[in-house]
Design a protein around this ligand. Structure first.
Ligand code: PEP
Ligand code: MN
Length: 337
């Protein structure tokens, strides 16, 4: 971190400020006295240094970070790709996963049919929402606890690990047999929820918020990791832009960026990113080419009748066709499904 001081600050003031900084964080301050301006270089662990309070000091002109504020999620301190094991499945470090299933669990017949179909097509992990974050309180809110029960039945029947979204800590105990807890876009910065997940032993699929930066996503991962849980899968699911032809704008550049700055696996959700089923195959292929470690794809046995996100859901046949194509591309990238 670099602190640029205002002109006219004398040596005594620099000493005072330096010792205040050193007493507040595990840092060492190196002052550089120029003819006009003095600069302080902070070395050490600057992650707990509050830039706002430094900026508010009357001697300070500006403050700049030169290293990332996240440590545990940072590839600098963990050069190798993290490989996460979920049951018998792996993701990251060359292991690719296609996580597929309906937006919401709607009935026993529906989830068992979709689970059977995506499994037959080659998907090894099943998704399904039981607690749904809906814009309108009048829309279908998910089958809640019963939905999780049905998802567990599908897990038993197919052997597939399951992924489902947690929206409130008060539901956490219902997720005991859920393999991966999804934290949706709307809760990416629910810091109390993230802190609590730092103490649980489950893999977390952390989705990027609707209007959050890459750094904010990594800081949210850091919240969970700093509590001790390092099994995190990052998910790019599109961000809000001015474009209206798509539901969101898939930020493909997030993939190489996240892979550069972090060692955590990155999956892409082309369903929520585009909002339209016909675009899902194209963007899924683009995500593979851009270096993703996995995909999260919504599949429904009857999209026209889906209670949630039907327009962006592939039907079972479309998903099977897509998988045939994706398998070749995943292999071409040197990854295993
Ligand atoms: C979902 O995966 O069903 C979902 C609600 O996603 P997001 O949080 O990305 O909108
Ligand atoms: Mn959905």
């Amino acid at each position: 971190m670099i602190i640029i001081l205002k002109q006219g600050v004398d040596k005594k003031q620099v000493e005072q400020l330096s010792s205040w900084l050193e007493s507040n964080a595990d840092v060492h301050v190196n002052p550089i006295f120029g003819s006009m301006t003095t600069i302080l270089g902070l070395v050490g662990d600057t992650s707990s240094v509050d830039m706002g309070s430094i900026r508010s000091n009357e001697m300070v002109e500006d403050v700049k970070r030169v290293s990332e504020p996240y440590k545990k999620a940072n590839r600098k301190f963990h050069p190798d790709d993290t490989v996460i094991e979920i049951g018998k499945q792996k993701i990251g470090g060359g292991h690719f996963q296609v996580i597929a299933g309906p937006c919401s669990v709607e009935s026993k017949e529906q989830i068992l049919e979709v689970a059977g179909a995506v499994s037959a097509a080659g998907s090894k992990m099943l998704r399904g929402g039981a607690f749904k974050p809906r814009t309108s309180p009048y829309s279908f809110q998910g089958m809640r606890a019963e939905g999780l029960e049905l998802l567990l039945e599908a897990k038993k029947e197919t052997g597939m690990p399951i992924v489902s979204e947690l929206m409130s800590l008060s539901h956490l105990e219902l997720f005991e047999d859920v393999d991966v807890i999804q934290i949706g876009a709307r809760n990416m910065q629910n810091f109390e929820l993230l802190k609590e997940l730092g103490h649980c032993d489950k893999t977390i699929l952390l989705k990027r918020g609707l209007a959050n930066t890459i750094e904010e996503l990594l800081m949210s991962a850091e919240y969970i990791m700093s509590g001790g849980n390092e099994d995190i899968i990052l998910c790019e699911r599109g961000i809000r832009t001015f474009e209206t032809y798509t539901r969101n704008t898939l930020d493909l550049s997030a993939i190489p960026l996240l892979k550069k700055y972090s060692h955590l696996p990155v999956v892409v959700d082309p369903s929520h990113a585009t909002g339209q089923a016909w675009m899902v195959p194209t963007m899924a292929k683009a995500a593979i080419a851009a270096g993703a470690d996995g995909l999260l794809i919504e599949v429904h046995n009857n999209p026209c009748k889906a209670k949630c996100d039907g327009a962006q859901s592939l039907n079972c046949e479309e998903f099977a066709d897509l998988m045939t194509d994706l398998k070749r591309r995943i292999e071409f990238e040197g990854k295993t499904l």
